[in-house]
Design a protein around this ligand. Structure first.
Ligand SMILES: Cc1ncc(COP(=O)(O)OP(=O)(O)O)c(N)n1
Ligand SMILES: Cc1ncsc1CCOP(=O)(O)O
Ligand SMILES: [Mg+2]
Length: 217
């Protein structure tokens, strides 16, 4: 049995995962502000190259931006950074801090876990997790070290194994978002579709149409 859901599904529908390089000269904060205005319902700060101090500063700045808007901030990989910045949660993968340790350190946080196959989905049963990030649905240039793409059939197969909220990630864009939702995702997580969008607010608005009115499965 998983713990009762503490975070409403509505908060998980459209998950912006940041990429500072793709945000470019606009900067991460401006892109996040724009995407949230369009309907991004949660933000994951993902920094693979920042030093710890800069990571904490960026997380604090985003938390200050998002708190008044009621949009949760999740930190990728780093429980210490999430705690220091007062973030709402953390996203951990299969090689990151074990989920149970993250939960012990952040008892009330929004905690997500990456899963790439059926074994990992089964192993997540009973863990104190709020959502599973299912990846990668499609091949993506945004992350190189992934398992082979699941495809829509792979996503459907994982959907059949769990009632935990499934947030699909990897190669999701405006053209395939409807199919991904129809294959059983509860929400979408995207990097390029928002960080590289000429108009992140408009892109978020369009993606929200797919997450909020999914085609029948
Ligand atoms: C929502 C979501 N799902 C999956 C991931 C991938 O996490 P992980 O496997 O730990 O890989 P990195 O993002 O740390 O490179 C994610 N970040 N978000
Ligand atoms: C962080 C991450 N985890 C699995 S795939 C991925 C990158 C997704 O990026 P994009 O939405 O640009 O394909
Ligand atoms: Mg990770």
């Amino acid at each position: 049995m998983n713990a009762p859901r503490r975070w409403p599904l509505a908060m998980l529908r459209l998950h912006l995962v940041t990429d500072a390089a793709l945000c470019g000269p606009r900067g991460v904060e401006a892109v996040v502000a724009d995407a949230v205005r369009g309907g991004a319902s949660c933000v994951q700060l993902r920094e693979k190259h920042l030093d710890t101090r800069s990571f904490v500063e960026r997380a604090r700045a985003l938390k200050a931006l998002l708190e008044p808007l009621g949009v949760p901030l999740i930190v990728n990989d780093r429980v210490d950074v999430a705690l220091a910045a007062g973030a709402d949660g953390v996203h951990v993968g299969q090689s990151d801090m074990p989920l149970e340790d993250a939960r012990r350190l952040m008892p009330h946080a929004l905690i997500g876990l990456s899963v790439e196959n059926a074994e990992q989905v089964r192993a997540a049963h009973g863990l104190p997790v709020d959502y599973l990030g299912v990846s990668p649905v499609f091949a993506t240039p945004s992350k190189q070290d992934t398992a082979p793409a699941l495809g829509l059939d792979g996503l459907r197969a994982l959907r059949a194994l769990t009632d935990l909220p499934l947030i699909a990630i990897g190669g999701i864009d405006l053209d395939n978002a409807a199919q991904v939702m129809a294959a059983g995702a509860d929400g979408l997580a995207v990097v390029r579709a928002l960080c590289a969008a000429p108009n992140p607010a408009e892109a978020a608005r369009t993606l929200r149409q797919f997450t909020d009115s999914p085609a029948p499965r």
